[in-house]
Design a protein around this ligand. Structure first.
Ligand code: ADP
Ligand code: ZN
Length: 218
């Protein structure tokens, strides 16, 4: 399947995308991860993006559209993919539509993770990940079963994103409501949007996504 996970920062897009990779062999296409890799590698694009990301602002459309366009040319995406964090603006959504048509990979649908605003700041401020495998944890809501050891890969190193703090979160939420929220109407009008309750447990959200995928396939 070819899907978009849509939702504000902290809605659980990354967590659910990781699960779709494991369960269905989909490829996770996260522009946030791609930009963080570029920043860590110290490329020109990465360095420029880093400043904007740390402030909680969006990276220019042309930059992320280029990154996604190149990524979509790699052979693995033919198995199906889940876009997580892209598109984030109407311009990106239009560009994506053109790219997917051109590459013969039309979208099956869009799943919106709906979450209360109050929950988002807490989710993001408490979030950290395994430095080796990327498993997502939370200081109070999801700690490793054995303290300090990743459940998935056994690594003892964890990291936090530079932009995961309460202050930057306000800018990211503003960007979401101003630039990304219009995509909800855009995809609804195309008849391809399904909404799931992102406040439920990880397992229940996963089940609701499976149901939505069934509807989008049919
Ligand atoms: P979150 O959804 O939790 O905010 P992401 O990892 O998706 O996290 O994005 C982190 C940052 O990367 C964003 O705040 C933004 O600066 C940049 N970014 C990621 N994807 C895009 C995009 N499609 N368009 C513009 N900026 C993006
Ligand atoms: Zn791990």
């Amino acid at each position: 399947m070819r899907l978009i996970l849509l939702g504000p920062p902290g809605a659980g897009k990354g967590t659910q995308a990781q699960r779709l990779v494991e369960k269905h062999g989909l490829v996770q296409l996260s522009t946030g991860d791609m930009l963080r890799h570029a920043a860590a590698a110290g490329t020109k694009v990465g360095n420029e993006a880093k400043t904007l990301m740390d402030a909680g602002s969006l990276v220019p459309d042309e930059v992320v559209i280029d990154i996604i366009s190149e990524r979509l040319d790699e052979a693995d995406v033919r198995a199906g993919f889940v876009l997580d964090g892209f598109p984030r603006t109407l311009k990106q959504a239009d560009a994506l539509e053109g790219l997917l048509a051109q590459k013969g990979l039309p979208l099956d649908g869009v799943i919106l993770l709906a979450v209360d605003d109050e929950a988002l700041v807490d989710r993001v401020a408490g979030r950290y990940t395994c430095a080796r495998c990327g498993e997502i944890y939370h200081q109070t809501k999801k700690r490793p079963k054995q303290e300090g050891v990743c459940d998935v890969c056994g690594s003892t190193e964890f990291k936090r994103r530079d932009d995961d703090n309460a202050e930057t979160m306000r800018t990211r939420l503003t960007a979401f409501y101003k630039d990304t929220a219009p995509l909800v109407g855009y995809y609804y009008a195309k008849g391809r949007l399904r909404t799931v309750d992102g406040m439920a447990s990880r397992e229940d959200v996963a089940a609701a996504i499976e149901e939505a995928m069934g509807e989008l396939k049919g």
